[in-house]
Ligand binder design. Sequence first.
Ligand SMILES: [Zn+2]
Length: 215
Amino acid sequence: MATHPEKVFLHGTTSRKQVALTFDDGPDTEYTPQILDILGQMGVKATFFLKGVNIPGREWVVTRMIREGHLVANHSYSHQNLRKLSPKQISIEVQKTEALVEKITGRKTALLRPPYGEMSAEGLNSLVAAGYSMVNWSVDSGDWKANHSDQVLQNILSQAKAGSIILMHSAGGVGQDLTPSVEALEELIITLCNRGYEIVPLTSLLPAEAYQSGG
Ligand SMILES: [Zn+2]
């Protein structure tokens, strides 16, 4: 992903003591609402990278994200490895989720996190031309495979520094249990704040907009 360095991000500005929490693969009706509850209670704004196939029937969860001040971003429709798809197939994957989000929020997404962080050079070219920035991560919580909230906390707190983009999940695959992630969240926020970090929406950390301008 070296061809458009100004449109591909692994972390944000390191000049301020800020980090961003990002949650992938939602919406669901099990973990995502619990995460929204905690973020709301703690007054923290996060960014949700949505998997399009999870949206139909759960539009109310996306509405809730927007209403509560979070950013909504694109995580493709069916969560395939985009490096293995043609630029045309990639565009379809991204546009299907973009259309679902636009129907709910009236805004088109402009931030994409490709599944597994994988993207082909040709796909990147076409997405940048379509107004997208790619956002991966610098801190992996490993939350989907953690057995206990302490593991999630340890994974994040041992790596977090100024500009960190922290990868978590707000929905799991079949049989995946995100309880450790949900249980870690409050202590994570408190600890980051105690260490002097401000938790900000992704667009405060990056020179990028969350939504396409002009519709
Ligand atoms: Zn994902």
